[in-house]
Write a protein that binds this ligand. Structure first.
Ligand code: XMP
Ligand code: MG
Length: 200
């Protein structure tokens, strides 16, 4: 991929090892995923449930593509965070204003930015199913990492399967930086070491 024509804020200069996926490729792939979803949900109105913050950018593309296909859907958002403190059970806290009533009895499509080990979804899905009692739950993720061992959870709809590097951009962050990038990049050592306190 040619990264010379890509735009990014000047403070990110040198923070990438290489360009991985362009926003044009993401857009095309979102259209293809919307086609698949439309085939599976024709005549239904699934809830597109966005997992904040990372999936926000992908969510916009995907919902636009579904609109082009005249596929109806509901819009909901949630945020997950790991319980901190002594709890090491991998339990998640579901927040972000989602009311379980809003997805009760509905077909839910969880929209994620990335499935890495699959731990998050492996823990989130049972809670969602038992607490909110949706009719069905599937996951649509922009990225899925290629790992040496099997993931705890695999999404039904996957945008791109990527090598096992830490990636940033298009919603994906490192310490809350890089979400504002148009494209997806592999972070460099300079990016990892960057001292944010030098910026406002
Ligand atoms: P898993 O599937 O391992 O993923 O539970 C948990 C969360 O980890 C984050 N993650 C990443 N974020 N670049 C990122 O910006 C990455 O390469 C990456 N890998 C994992 C992400 O929030 C995911 O939901
Ligand atoms: Mg995530």
């Amino acid at each position: 991929l040619d990264s010379s024509d890509r735009k990014f804020p000047p403070e990110y200069d040198g923070h990438f090892d290489r360009l991985l996926i362009t926003r044009e490729e993401i857009k095309d792939r979102a259209n293809a995923l919307a086609d698949l979803i439309h085939k599976d949900y024709k005549g239904k109105r699934p809830v597109l449930l966005c997992v904040l913050k990372g999936a926000n950018n992908f969510y916009m593309h995907l919902s636009e593509a579904l609109q082009d296909l005249c596929q109806g859907f509901y819009t909901e958002f949630l945020r997950v965070s790991s319980y901190d403190g002594l709890n090491s059970t991998g339990m998640l806290e579901i927040g972000g204003g989602l009311k379980y009533k809003d997805i009760e009895g509905k077909d839910v499509i969880l929209v994620e930015d990335i499935v890495d080990t699959g731990h998050t979804l492996f823990n989130l899905l049972p809670v969602l199913k038992s607490e909110a009692k949706p009719l069905s739950v599937e996951c649509c993720t922009l990225l899925s990492k290629r790992l040496d061992k099997p993931a705890h959870y695999s999404a039904k709809y996957v945008g791109f399967t990527i090598p096992n590097h830490f990636v940033i951009g298009f919603g994906l962050d490192y310490n809350e930086l890089y979400r504002d990038l148009q494209d997806i990049w592999v972070i460099s050592q300079k990016g990892i070491d960057f001292d944010q306190s030098t910026m406002h």
